[in-house]
Ligand binder design. Structure first.
Ligand SMILES: *Cc1c(COP(=O)(O)O)cnc(C)c1O
Length: 457
């Protein structure tokens, strides 16, 4: 028992929801009924989120049926610690697992045009911790993007960079251009001489000046680390900047955001001198068993990216730009309007006129429009639970075969709730109707390209 918590009923989770679960379990007469309670909740989510909602969560992607099937494959019950190969592994019997994992590594190298890749990150957070473990020592100075400009906790004091004991200095950002303030960055970097500059953004609209930033670090041998959690799919599909070609030493990313694979992490790099430290940090430091079913699913997602990535990612960006314009036209303010709204899968709305990001997201959810609250420039630390922004992403709607015309329809649903103040429940009925027509996933080997795109393969 911990002695730091005064109240013995203390919970970090919502106590009412936990109490609801206890009531369900108390009403069960057997383990079987408890199982059924779990399955019923999964089915409710599948029907609502999977069939009746318009998912605009930027970090969420539906995987192809092939990828989903692999996540429950037999190989997921096998343990395979260590590096690929007979002598490297602790266990015998891994010949086919070696094959699967080697295919995954080589596919990732191809997709990212990189010399090295690792397949064992069960999350992108772990990838970032691997980078900090490999390339920094406690007490080192790094720079990273603060949260109101999209910075992610993994590169901040409350995440992996923090537990590594790093001193973290902000990368200066321009609140209007939503880009790095390059002049101020050069001055600050020269002063604090960071070992690593981490560019990791959960709110990401525009590219970073990577060449200029890495040149600024040359004098003392500082490295650029691109945490492309959100953008790795766009990078793989050639629809965003290419960090490894523009001066970044390492690229990490989430496999389940734009990359549209199983939720987990990806890491690639080019410099052979980094291979030993990075690989060592992954195994034996941060991963033992690493879910070979997930590795197989990641390999197939990479193959899908080779075949469909360019078209899929281009449509994701086109849809985001169309959604931004359509929202603005209907009276919902959007960040970066003077720069074409976005160059990624994200659109950031300023929700302050509608009661802020938290209430706005929950009101939209009552209309089956799923979004999330987001910090925007100008939010202060005390606003972090109730920030001013709303983040939207176009990954799922694109994979369901939607194009620019459908983005106008979605913006119309949002405006009915937020601008015209129509009851969310009445908009919900139209959302469900509309969503009924989009139940097939595209950009995979089963369905190919959606009907609205030419050259079906
Ligand atoms: C989402 C995110 C992560 C964490 O990714 P997971 O795959 O969920 O572990 C790390 N960095 C950034 C910038 C992110 O947006």
């Amino acid at each position: 028992m911990t002695t730091t918590v005064a109240d013995s009923t203390f919970e970090v989770h919502d106590p009412a929801i936990l109490a609801g679960a206890r009531a369900i379990l108390d009403a069960c007469c057997s383990g079987q009924e408890m199982q059924d309670a779990v399955l019923a909740a999964v089915r409710r989510n599948e029907r609502w989120r999977g069939e009746q909602c318009i998912n605009l969560l930027a970090p969420e992607a539906p995987t192809s049926p092939a990828v989903r099937a692999l996540l429950s494959s037999e190989v997921g019950t096998r343990a395979a610690e260590g590096h690929i190969g007979r002598v490297n592994r602790w266990f015998a019997g891994t010949a086919h697992i070696d094959e699967i994992e080697a295919l995954c590594v080589e596919l990732l190298k191809q997709v990212f045009r990189a010399r090295y890749a690792d397949h064992r990150l069960v999350a992108s957070m772990i990838g970032n911790l691997a980078v900090y473990t490999a390339l920094t020592a406690p007490g080192d100075v790094i720079m990273s993007i603060p949260q109101p400009f999209g910075g992610h906790s993994s590169n901040r004091p409350d995440g992996p960079a923090g537990v590594r004991g790093l001193k973290i200095v902000d990368v200066p950002m321009d609140p209007v251009e939503l880009e790095v303030d390059l002049d101020l960055f050069r001055k600050t970097a020269a002063l604090v001489r960071p070992k690593l500059v981490a560019l990791g953004a959960s709110m990401t609209l525009f590219p970073f000046p990577l060449r200029e930033m890495s040149a600024a670090l040359e004098e003392w041998g500082g490295k650029l680390f691109f945490d492309g959690a959100h953008q790795v799919g766009l990078i793989a599909g050639g629809q965003f900047q290419d960090p490894l070609r523009e001066g970044a030493a390492v690229l990490t990313g989430s496999a389940g955001k734009t990359f549209s694979g199983p939720q987990s992490g990806i890491i690639v790099w080019d410099d052979p001198a980094l291979t030993q430290p990075i690989t060592q940090a992954i195994f034996p430091v941060l991963a033992a068993t690493h879910q070979v079913n997930r590795v197989a699913a990641l390999a197939v997602a990479a193959a899908e990216m080779i075949a469909f990535g360019e078209r899929y990612m281009a449509q994701i960006v086109g849809n985001a730009q169309a959604l931004g314009a359509a929202l603005a036209a209907r009276g919902i303010p959007v960040l970066g309007a003077h720069k074409g709204y976005t160059r990624t899968h994200q659109v950031i709305a300023d929700a302050r006129a509608f009661g802020g990001g938290l209430d706005t997201a929950h009101t939209l959810a009552r209309a089956n429009l799923i979004t999330n609250k987001n910090l925007i420039p100008g939010d202060r630390p005390e606003d972090w639970d109730r920030p001013g922004g709303l983040r939207l992403g176009t990954i799922e709607v694109t994979r369901l075969g939607m194009g620019e015309p459908e983005m106008a329809t979605i913006a119309g649903f949002m405006a009915r709730v937020l601008v015209e103040r129509e009851a969310p429940e009445s908009v919900m009925e139209d959302v469900i109707d509309f969503r009924q027509g989009y139940q097939t996933l595209y950009y995979d080997f089963e369905q190919g390209l959606p009907p609205h795109l030419p050259n079906r393969s």
